[in-house]
Design a binder for this molecule. Structure first.
Ligand SMILES: [Zn+2]
Length: 234
C-alpha cells in the first residue's frame, strides 16, 4: 500500500476533527525512520499528504500556508473525508434528491428565498435571463448540512451562487444609504421588517401572484379574464 491510503487510514482512525497533526507524527506512525530520511523523501511525503487533500473527497486540513496559527509542517484536521482505503463510500447526506427538491420548490411556491424572484420570471436587471430555481442548503453541505427539506430552501441560481461564493460585486454603503433615504417612512418600515426577518416579505398580492404563476397556461388566462371582469380599472 502506498503512503496516501495509509495516511488517510491513520488520520481517520486516530484523529478527531479539530485536532492537529504534524508531518513528523505521520511519518513516525507509518514507520518512516525519521533520522534516515533525506530532504527529497520528506518533500515526497508532504506531497502525498497534500494529494490526499486535493484529489480525495471531503478532506479539509489547512497547513501553515492557510492558517497563521500553525507551524510549518503542521496541519489542522478540520474534516475527515473519504478514501477507497477506508472501505465503502458513505452515503452523502448533503445530497438533494429529486423528490426533496420538488417538495421544497413546491413548499416555497417556486419563489427564491433571497430575492423573491419566481421560477421562469425574467431578472429585473437582466431581462434576457429568466430565473431557474434550485433547492439550496441553509447550513452549507461543507459544514455538514444535510439534503433534508428542513435544511433546504428555494433559491434562484444567481442567489445560490452568491451564497456559495460571493461572486457578486459588493455595493457601496453610501449609494445604498442614499437610495434608502429616498424611501418614504412606510417603505422604510417594510424594509426594516425584511431586514430583521432576513427575508423579503410577501404580502397578499405577492402570494396571489406566486400562485397565479403556478397555474397551467389555460388556467392563467382564465384567471386573467376573471380578474379583468371583477376589477375596477378606473
Ligand atoms: Zn434569487
Amino acid at each position: 500500500m502506498g503512503d496516501e491510503p495509509r495516511i488517510a487510514a491513520w488520520l481517520a482512525f486516530n484523529k478527531e476533527p479539530g485536532e492537529t497533526f504534524t508531518t513528523d507524527e505521520l511519518r513516525n506512525a507509518l514507520g518512516h525512520r525519521l533520522s534516515k530520511t533525506s530532504r527529497n523523501d520528506m518533500e515526497h511525503f508532504q506531497r502525498r499528504i497534500r494529494q490526499l487533500r486535493s484529489i480525495r473527497d471531503g478532506w479539509v486540513f489547512p497547513s501553515a500556508k492557510h492558517d497563521r496559527n500553525l507551524d510549518v509542517g503542521d496541519y489542522k484536521l478540520e474534516r475527515i473525508g473519504w478514501h477507497p482505503a477506508l472501505g465503502k463510500r458513505p452515503k452523502d447526506k448533503s445530497k438533494v434528491t429529486k423528490k426533496n427538491k420538488l417538495f421544497v420548490l413546491t413548499r416555497d411556491h417556486y419563489r427564491c428565498f433571497h430575492c423573491g424572484i419566481i421560477a421562469g420570471e425574467p431578472y429585473p436587471d437582466h431581462p434576457e435571463r429568466t430565473a431557474v430555481l434550485t433547492a439550496g442548503h441553509i447550513v452549507a453541505a461543507a459544514d455538514g448540512g444535510t439534503g433534508d427539506p428542513s435544511n433546504l430552501r428555494a433559491e434562484c441560481s444567481d442567489c445560490n451562487e452568491t451564497a456559495r461564493s460571493d461572486t457578486r460585486a459588493p455595493e457601496s454603503l453610501n449609494s445604498v444609504q442614499t437610495s434608502i433615504d429616498n424611501l418614504n417612512n412606510r417603505d422604510r418600515k417594510r424594509l426594516l421588517e425584511w431586514v430583521s426577518a432576513g427575508q423579503r416579505g410577501r404580502d397578499k398580492v405577492d402570494e396571489a401572484y406566486d400562485r397565479y404563476r403556478l397555474l397551467t397556461p389555460s388556467d392563467r388566462s382564465a384567471l386573467v379574464t376573471h380578474l379583468l371582469r371583477t376589477t375596477k380599472l378606473q
